[in-house]
Design a protein around this ligand. Sequence first.
Ligand SMILES: C[S@@+](CC[C@H](N)C(=O)[O-])C[C@H]1O[C@@H](n2cnc3c(N)ncnc32)[C@H](O)[C@@H]1O
Length: 406
Amino acid sequence: MVQAHYLAGLDLRGRRVVVVGGGSVAQRRIPNLVAAGADVHVIAIDPTPTVESEPAITVHQRAYAEGDLDGAWYAIACTDDPDVNAAVVAEATEARVFCVRADDGKAGTAVTPASGHHRDLQFGVLAGGDHRRSAAVRAAITAAFADGSSLTVTESVSHAPGVALVGGGPGAADLITVRGRRLLAEADVVVADRLAPVSLLDELGPQVELIDAAKVPYGRAMRQEKINEILVARAKAGKFVVRLKGGDPYVYGRGFEELQACVDAGVPVTVVPGVTSPISAPELAGIPVTHRGVAHEFVVVSGHVAPDHPDSLTDWSALARLRGTIVLMMAVKRIDAFAQALLDGGRPGATPVAFIENASRPDQRLIRADLADAARVAGEQNLIAPAIAVIGPVAGFTDADRAVPL
Ligand SMILES: C[S@@+](CC[C@H](N)C(=O)[O-])C[C@H]1O[C@@H](n2cnc3c(N)ncnc32)[C@H](O)[C@@H]1O
């Protein structure tokens, strides 16, 4: 029969909590005690640097002495000396202060649950002292809350009206952030881009309105003004709108325009950063955009206009003089013009080039070339969007080929 405990939530605001011991257990417990507003006193001969420098607590750098629990509401005995821990529990019991004993849970008068939170919800799991089991259950609950589909089953959450501009990552469903996925699960309306992780849309409940804002290059597109109008109108109608984008909303994502439209209309708006493709696409293909002693800068450049176009804001001759990494986006159609501009500006023809197409998707492809033949290779290999071009010595690395896959 496992030991039964009575689960309670302690109001520790402004109340003295004494932690005897300043090692890894203390380091793990202190953040939640501080978050609960406790007046935390740590007594430890040799606290870890993190404990020692925690500004919201009082550290007494000395050995425990009887009387240290005076005025305490709660105590944790977590030194590496069992005799000291036993003495702390004895004092606590005498004073009727609940006390956790880290090295021998059954010898204390309280145990710490594996705890977690989701929004304003807190939960704790006890498994009769089986910490691995309670931690595993905690992890499962946390994942269930982070995972939209489970969340809608376990708790019906309604979000305040407004707009969240959510970066969805490069395309794989599990490269969106936990925050992004949670907000997606709470959406009344989802306005999705073509490059967003569209497989997640399958998990939306039937009540969720899905609006396709796909901007197909050189194809059908919803005008940006129309997207802005939809975001504002739905939010004003009391809906929580998730604007789901590929990569990061602020990297060639027009996210800031959408934010401004919301701000101008007085609509509450938040931005959730995303894993952006100019860094993640090369990375997923085994190419680091920087490497010590090889590339001290990386520059991300949009290829949506040609180098000689009057709207171009890019100084291609300055780019050509760089020795580090150039990451070209939206450049498939005009790769010949960009390669030529760099060659004309003096970048050597032998500079390695890597194209990463459909990064993080099942059909991801890595194509290698050098600057002099990049356009020819891209044509021969029938390179298609979405793709990233990496130009510079790092594009010659072959880590993906060498690494042992997990
Ligand atoms: C309009 S931009 C949007 C970028 C996005 N906001 C980001 O942070 O990744 C579209 C370009 O991103 C790049 N891109 C996006 N997803 C990609 C992927 N999965 N693989 C390769 N390139 C990608 C391509 O260069 C594509 O033309």
